[in-house]
Design a protein around this ligand. Structure first.
Ligand SMILES: *Cc1c(COP(=O)(O)O)cnc(C)c1O
Length: 437
């Protein structure tokens, strides 16, 4: 498999080069040159397949010859080494829980896969020591830090918006030490992302420090997210209609991976991009296919506070930039903070299921879609992307008590926070990267 740049100025590269580079030299995102189609046998046997085997079957065409099959099989098995249960919430609504990994959010899968691929390339010794430079709105940083902790030959530098991540998220970023450094930026996630993008475009810096991204820009982080949708189909009742899929969306990596799996033949209904007040994509639909970036505003679903989602160009590419085709597969909705909190409260009180704010955005958008399409009686699936314990300020007042910390994060309690403060100033980031080389 080769990957071409969506800016169309750089030559296509294989999986290894795309993973190591993160972004194409022309600043474009890499996109697979062709979309593999799932074999009829694969779709028939999906329900009985063990997760590691399924993961290997899905990822193999994307990795091609870049990693020997035995190594890729091990990487896949380690990547999906926890549960992804489909839990009924109420009639016609099920939640696919993606928060049973080590950092309690869905980004663990992409981060584990990418870190192991990069570790594999680094071990072969033909890759220079790399610095993973990543901006986080909350959950990416923790997943990347946990995924890369102790990987030889890889330094990780994480930029996060000061005061805009939850306590558990901050602990996951700032307490690990070793090869993980957290830069606490006095700005928004978009500021962090813009600083990272600027570093990637700094030719002189990149000549002196080998940088790669671990945002969903990186194909090795983006592509394995298709697996969630396969796990959902595995558990979906065989005799039920294909589900409507509501995806809480920020940078649109997860949603785009789902649409990719659907384009490969996975039996899924239409998708809903569930957004908070940061809603350039819902506005794109309202305007009939005209996209305008926004400035991010803080919300209670902070991992989705993205005003200009990087992966939306990949979504457009999947549909050859044809708005009518895109609009058949995808709709989008804006959910306010008040609606988000009301959804958490309603689902807890009526159905005894505790949503986190991101899952709640997906729930609210799904219920609105189902009400508007009542004649279709479409059963729905929402992706529960984070554990509610990561958002105590929102969830605990509704619950009336504290949520016990799951073992995955207990060990971070009481560890000293280590972060380096950084203004929104590219020169300071540049100096830091050059000084700590
Ligand atoms: C990152 C994140 C999202 C948004 O996912 P994208 O792939 O960036 O659209 C949603 N929910 C949670 C909990 C997240 O951490």
């Amino acid at each position: 498999m080769h990957y071409r740049s969506l800016n169309r100025q750089s030559p296509p590269v294989d999986f290894r080069a795309a993973t190591i580079a993160g972004q194409a030299p022309d600043g474009g995102l890499y996109f697979p040159e062709s979309i593999p189609q799932f074999a009829a046998d694969f779709l028939k046997n999906l329900r009985q397949m063990p997760r590691p085997e399924l993961a290997l079957a899905v990822m193999q065409p994307y990795v091609g010859n870049a990693i020997p099959t035995a190594d890729l099989a091990r990487i896949c098995a380690e990547t999906v080494d926890f549960e992804f249960p489909l839990v009924p919430v109420q009639p016609d609504v099920a939640a696919l829980e993606l928060f049973h990994g080590p950092t309690l959010a869905f980004k663990d899968v992409g981060a584990r896969f990418m870190s192991r691929c990069l570790g594999h390339f680094a071990q072969r010794g033909d890759t220079p020591a790399v610095t993973v430079l990543v901006a986080t709105s909350g959950d990416t940083g923790g997943a990347v830090a946990a995924g890369f902790l102790g990987v030889p030959g890889v330094e990780v530098v994480i930029l996060y918006p000061s005061g805009k991540v939850s306590p558990v998220q901050e602990q996951q970023l700032t307490t690990l030490g070793q090869n993980i450094t957290a830069l606490e930026v006095s700005g928004t996630f978009d500021d962090c992302q813009a600083l990272v993008k600027q570093a990637f475009q700094d030719v002189e810096l990149r000549a002196r420090r080998f940088l790669t991204s671990a945002n969903s820009i990186n194909v090795a982080r983006w592509l394995p997210q298709q697996l969630y949708y396969c796990f959902a189909v595995q558990q979906w009742p065989a005799d039920a209609p294909a589900p409507v899929v509501s995806v809480p969306s920020g940078n649109f990596g997860n949603l785009c991976a789902g649409l990719l799996a659907r384009a490969s033949g996975l039996p899924l209904g239409p998708f809903i991009a569930a957004c908070n007040a940061n809603d350039p994509v819902p506005n794109y639909f309202r305007r009939g296919g005209h996209y305008l970036a926004q400035t991010a505003v803080p919300t209670v679903s902070n991992a989705m506070d993205v005003g200009n989602p990087s992966n939306f160009v990949r979504v457009l590419e999947l549909f050859d930039n044809e708005f009518p085709r895109l609009a058949q597969a995808l709709s989008a909705d804006t959910v306010s903070d008040a609606e988000t909190v009301a959804a958490i409260r309603y689902v807890w009180e009526e159905h005894h299921y505790l949503l986190d704010p991101h899952g709640a955005v997906a729930y609210a958008a799904l219920r609105r879609y189902q009400a508007a399409h009542a004649h279709a009686h479409a059963p729905g699936l929402l992706l529960a992307t984070a554990h509610p314990v990561k958002f105590p300020a929102v969830v605990e007042p509704i619950l009336g008590h504290a949520i016990p910390l799951p073992p995955a994060v207990q060990h971070l309690q009481g560890r000293p926070k280590r972060s380096i403060e950084l203004p929104v100033d590219y020169e300071e980031l540049r100096e830091f990267l050059l000084a700590n080389n």
